[in-house]
Design a protein. Structure first.
Length: 142
């Protein structure tokens, strides 16, 4: 039988207090998994318990997870924050910037002024845009 920890108590309290319907947590270090626990229910109003293999939709949390992984690579000296990434990731080499559209409605593109770096990607300053933020990008994507 596993030893009950303060983490178990904290996560179970979050469930019993109603702050969350259920939670699964895991922590690891360089030696492997050092904590795992599952508490509460998978579905509101249902008696389906959370388990260590419960699947979650994490949506925008992928940015946080990817950022942590990238910084770990920096800490290990496998990549730097300011190196051009085009050599490692060809899709980031020779990028084009949308300047607008000409009279015929064709996009006006120019080469990027510099290479994309990990620092820029982590700080969202690489110049990428989604169509939902920029009307010109919406038009270009259409």
């Amino acid at each position: 039988m596993a030893v009950r920890t303060a983490m178990d108590d904290a996560l179970e309290q979050a469930v019993t207090s109603g702050r969350v319907p259920g939670v699964v947590a895991m922590a690891a270090d360089e030696t492997g998994v050092i904590y795992e626990g599952a508490f509460g229910s998978r579905e509101l109003g249902a008696n389906v318990p959370m388990t260590l293999d419960t699947v979650f939709l994490i949506a925008s949390m992928t940015k946080a997870i990817t950022s942590v992984a990238a910084v770990q690579l920096v800490e290990r000296g496998l990549i730097t924050l300011d190196e051009p990434l085009g050599a490692r990731f060809p899709e980031l080499a020779d990028l084009q910037v949308l300047e607008g559209f000409d009279a015929a409605g064709e996009p006006i593109l120019r080469p990027a002024r510099g290479p994309v770096t990990l620092r820029q990607l982590l700080t969202h300053t690489a110049g990428f845009s989604g169509g939902y933020w920029n009307p010109n990008m919406q038009r270009y994507m259409a």
